[in-house]
Design a binder for this molecule. Structure first.
Ligand SMILES: NC(=O)c1ccc[n+]([C@@H]2O[C@H](COP(=O)([O-])OP(=O)(O)OC[C@H]3O[C@@H](n4cnc5c(N)ncnc54)[C@H](O)[C@@H]3O)[C@@H](O)[C@H]2O)c1
Length: 364
């Protein structure tokens, strides 16, 4: 993505009515900050933030939005009411139960939120004529993961071992079904005017994430305490990426869908370059080095619930058809992450996020 495209973003998003579900969460809060800086009228639907230290609360983005609505996406009727009130033009659907380990504890709730919540949003879109573009966020884990070294392309079969991953695979099937049944590109402009796509990102890291069982928040909590970081899956290989990378893909995709609605209404991978695919142990070690303190402890347990050990995304399609590419290498990504966690207690967090968005945008 070039600087020119960033200027196109501002030209495009200024004045657009954009609804973000999951705006109180990690990725959603960053997306709302970026959209606000681009001049969009930003609306959000989500539950309350998980902790007072979340990026959402610390940045104060809620007060800068057109509306910060707390509602449950499992309530389909309420979603239709809210869409009718807000009349969004563009929808980014991020609200979800996004944690693999929690999905083993709460499989039913995970399915209710992720699958039926997504179906409720699809139905709200169908009944709200103002919506022109919808980008539904799933995950790299939606693919049937054979744990081979071949990266997944958009046409690979859906699957998922654990309840979280399979719920996202099921979301993808629902999105595809709604696109074929109600938002079919062949009927665009005749029976409907909705362009519907899904976006699959890798393991996203960045400031303001305090979720349980994610490597960066786990490291930061440990560094604030004993300094000993327990690593459950040291050898697991993940496609790490800074939060601004997939968000730049979602923004670019939605803009393209708006201009050419039938050309881009598909599934898209927004993962990192192969050089950013590395083990959990490597990421945690680098974090310790950057902090200048702490140590790692391998606590891998063979009887722990299954988690994928190897997962890579092929991003050729986004590169060739959207002219999108990751901008940060692994080192730049971790530098930004550490910068946020170091500075979040002594400054204006909104400005800190905007500074990171600008830095990201200025990288050629
Ligand atoms: N963080 C990652 O590494 C990653 C990677 C790939 C995909 N994703 C996907 O990106 C999206 C955002 O993830 P995140 O890391 O920001 O998660 P998060 O847990 O920080 O945020 C989740 C958001 O969803 C909202 N939500 C949860 N249940 C809800 C419900 N029943 N009704 C309304 N809102 C509800 C929460 O309030 C919150 O705003 C999710 O769809 C996730 O599956 C995340």
């Amino acid at each position: 993505m070039s600087l020119l495209q960033m200027k196109d973003f501002a030209r495009f998003y200024t004045g657009k009515k954009v609804l973000v579900t999951g705006h109180t969460g990690f990725k959603g809060s960053w997306l709302c900050i970026w959209l606000r800086e681009l001049g969009a009228e930003v609306y959000g639907i989500a539950l309350d933030p998980s902790t007072p230290r979340d990026n959402f609360g610390l940045s104060g983005i809620g007060e800068k939005m057109a509306a910060d609505v707390r509602a449950d996406i499992r309530d389909g009727a309420r979603m239709q009411e809210l869409f009718a009130e807000i009349q969004p033009e563009i929808v980014f659907h991020l609200a979800a139960q996004p944690l693999v380990r929690l999905s083993y504890e709460k499989p039913v709730e995970t399915y209710e939120t992720n699958v039926m919540g997504t179906v409720n949003i699809l139905e709200a879109i169908r009944r709200t004529p103002s919506v022109r573009v919808a980008v539904m966020i799933t995950t790299d884990k939606c693919y049937d993961n054979r744990e081979t070294t071949r990266p997944y392309t958009e046409t690979d079969p859906m699957g998922g071992y654990d309840p979280y991953s399979s719920s996202k695979g099921a979301c993808e099937l629902a999105i595809q079904s709604w696109r074929r049944s109600f938002f079919n590109p062949a009927d665009y402009g005749v029976k409907h005017h909705v362009s519907l796509a899904s976006a699959r990102a890798g393991n996203v890291i960045g400031g303001g994430d305090w979720a349980q069982d994610r490597i960066i928040p786990d490291c930061i909590r440990a560094l604030e305490g004993t300094g000993v970081i327990d690593i459950r899956s040291p050898h697991s290989v993940r496609p790490w990426q800074h939060v601004l990378e997939p968000l730049s893909g979602y923004l670019l995709l939605a803009m393209n869908m708006w201009h050419e609605p039938t050309k881009y209404c598909e599934g898209w991978n927004f993962g990192p370059e192969p050089s950013s695919v590395c083990t959990v142990w490597e990421v945690a070690s680098e974090l310790v080095r950057l902090y200048g303190k702490g140590s790692l402890r391998d606590i891998s347990d063979p009887s722990a619930p299954h988690e994928a050990k190897l997962l890579m995304l092929d991003i050729t399609k986004a590169k060739t058809r959207l002219n999108w590419a990751p901008r940060l290498n692994m080192q730049q990504c971790l530098d930004l992450v550490v910068d946020w966690y170091r500075r979040h207690t002594n400054g204006n967090v909104y400005d800190l996020c905007v500074e990171e968005v600008r830095l990201h945008s200025e990288i050629p």
